[in-house]
Design a binder for this molecule. Structure first.
Ligand SMILES: [Zn+2]
Ligand SMILES: [Zn+2]
Length: 400
């Protein structure tokens, strides 16, 4: 879509946004140096709000505690598109020593949300300047993506009632994928995630007299083994799931059989029905095995995120928008789904939309996210900002 951009009509959004690159990169490094974790993004949110207002965008603060929504209207169209970026950092120490390394001990932008925030600011500036669309854009700056429920907090505070969106789009940087490349697929793109705790209670006693006890350690070991059969025997072979037991706490003495043990771990699946199946089978096996031993087992199973599911129409639209700017060979439309999770899934559960991966390159600092040596790659900023801007022009074109 290159309508009504007058003098600029030959530039794609990526090329246009590249003109702001120095400023955007400086902002990104400033966010990186001042990481704020979930629901504490006060400085970040204030800077976001201030910049949106400086471009004439209407700003709403404090949605989902530290969330910010910008509203930009153009023309008379009544369609609306939501663009979402996450703002939070991680509770982890940074190992980098470059000038923009974290100034806050124990906190780090280890997932590149400093870059996502900057990309959405770049898209906002571009759209406010060019206004080559007909409708409303909602710029959704979300807090607390890293497992603290920031997306749900914004939705619970009426995000989509106050700022109705016909479709929503989000993105994530992807280390290892070249800068200027995109990856997406229709349908399930990232897994749903649950955490669990299992408490097994037996009867403690002297380790030399096991006949007088109900040993919860042996029972726990049987439960772990039996759970391994669920993915292999209950989940259909063409479906995908993971059950990982990551903690097993038992006694503290060499000669005491403990009264109780605690297991914990995580479960991943791409379909809600599969997640329910895993929970049902885990509970059935744990309680029946424990009963067989004369013990009891109690499973606490907590959904952390639902799967990220791209609607086919919006996945095709954003892939087409990317291909129009960087060429079809740089757009992987059948990206392999990932077992990782992302809470943008809750927004996609409310509205049709799509989530796209943006190449972060494989240079220095571009190791895997959540690694203490990670850094967002500033060269990727125009590609993330550009694709967010381009979907707006494609979803809500100006009439000729
Ligand atoms: Zn992360
Ligand atoms: Zn992330």
């Amino acid at each position: 879509m290159r309508l009504h951009r007058g003098q600029e009509s030959e530039l794609t959004p990526i090329e246009h946004i590249r003109r702001y690159q120095d400023q955007l990169a400086a902002w990104r490094r400033d966010f990186h140096a001042h990481p704020e974790t979930g629901f504490e993004e006060h400085r970040t949110a204030a800077l976001v709000a201030e910049r949106l207002e400086s471009w004439g965008i209407e700003v709403h603060r404090g949605i989902g505690r530290t969330g910010v929504v910008g509203v930009l209207r153009s023309g008379r169209g009544n369609r609306a598109v939501g663009l979402r970026a996450d703002m939070d950092a991680l509770d982890m120490p940074e190992a980098n020593s470059f000038a923009h390394a974290s100034t806050i001990p124990g906190k780090m932008h280890g997932c590149g949300h400093d870059g996502h925030t900057t990309m959405l600011l770049g898209a906002a500036r571009y759209l406010a300047e060019t206004r080559a669309f007909d409708g409303t854009v909602h710029f959704i700056f979300q807090p607390a993506e890293e497992g603290q429920g920031g997306a749900q907090a914004m939705i619970a505070e009426g995000l989509f009632e106050r700022f109705p969106c016909d479709t929503v789009y989000g993105l994530h940087n992807r280390p290892g994928m070249p800068v200027g490349h995109y990856g997406i697929r229709e349908g399930a793109m990232m897994a749903g995630c649950a955490f669990f705790d299992l408490a097994i209670r037996g009867k403690g006693g002297h380790a030399a007299r096991p006949e007088a006890t109900v040993d919860p350690v042996v029972c726990g070991a049987q439960v772990i083994s039996a759970w391994q059969s669920i993915v292999g025997r209950n989940v259909a072979p063409y479906d995908t799931a993971v059950i990982s037991v990551t903690g097993f706490e038992a006694g503290t003495a060499y000669n005491v059989i403990p009264e109780r043990v605690a297991l914990r771990g995580t479960v991943r699946a791409f379909r809600t029905e599969t997640m329910r199946l895993l929970e049902t089978r885990m509970r059935a096996l744990a309680t029946s095995i424990a009963a067989g031993f004369g013990a009891t087992a109690e499973l606490d199973f907590r959904e952390i995120t639902v799967p990220v599911v791209n609607s086919p129409e919006q996945a095709a639209l954003i892939a087409d928008a990317a291909a129009a700017m960087v060429g079809e060979p740089h757009v992987d439309r059948a990206r392999v789904a990932a077992m990782g999770s992302e809470d943008f899934s809750y927004m996609l559960a409310e509205r049709p939309g799509a989530y796209i991966l943006v190449g972060n390159g494989d240079g220095p600092g571009s190791c895997e996210v959540h690694n203490p040596g990670y850094d967002f790659n500033d060269a990727a900023i125009p590609y993330g900002a550009g694709i967010l801007a381009a979907v707006v022009e494609r979803e809500m074109p100006q009439s000729a």
